[in-house]
Design a protein. Sequence first.
Length: 299
Amino acid sequence: MKGDLKLARSAADTALAKTTVPNLRAAALYNQGRSCEAAKDTKGAMDAYRRSLKLRQSDEVTSRLAALDPATPAAHPLKPQQLAGPFASEAAYCKREMEEYVRRMKTPEFHCPVDFEEMEGIKLQSSLAAPPAPFKAVKVLSSSGQDLSVNVCHILMQTPAGWYGTSIESYSGCVPTGLTILPRPTGLPPLIQVRLAMSVLIGSEDNPAARQHPFYVDMAVLCAIGPSGKPACTESLSVARAHQPRPSQEEPPKPLDWFDRRRLSLDASGAVRVEVDGWQFGDELTESRFLGTHRIAFR
């Protein structure tokens, strides 16, 4: 193993010595960084990645650097979108969603709200008990169309102006699992974190329609009110995955074993950091484009 590391490092050093082409030097520096990671040389890896990024921007290099230094600006910054509204009521929002569904799908079969799907090992939490001002209510409701086995989650927020909402497309089911407040420094609006468990069914490469390998994806959405007075939410990002348990009458259900975990936190300035959680140094990274620091501008 040590011999392999030396060979890899030597190959990267040789490539750097032989070329002045920026893209080739950037690639060689990335390889040098991976060699440093494998050798558990954190400082050397970060230095190589930073030098690589000065020559060529790369999501992969940025994500590797962000895994080692969470202060790194994320390769894919979270961008909030204003919610639709205001609506006079939840029913008015559902009516608008029904009209959009009928227009898009050419069928009147739409139900809003509907009960959330039950997911083994997942606990339901669909509302925020004491939302910060100026929010009057924050909740998640569910709708379904012609296929009643697949639901869509909707984040609804009530302000003095009325109700605002947005839909979060699910794969094969959606359940809200937590709504929490993330306080930020004075002058910045508090963030509301909405967590959603998505049920995912992956088909095989030979037969994509065949439903196999079911698992859950824990998604996070961050919402706030900016100077415009209208709520806005970021796109959803994956913060963990777990294989769905198989129902058994013989054994009691086991706790879900989450992997590919991400940890969300706020730095001293109120910026959001997405960090790897439980990641082994030098391992491959999945869903890595959001790793690093996000300075989200709610307008």
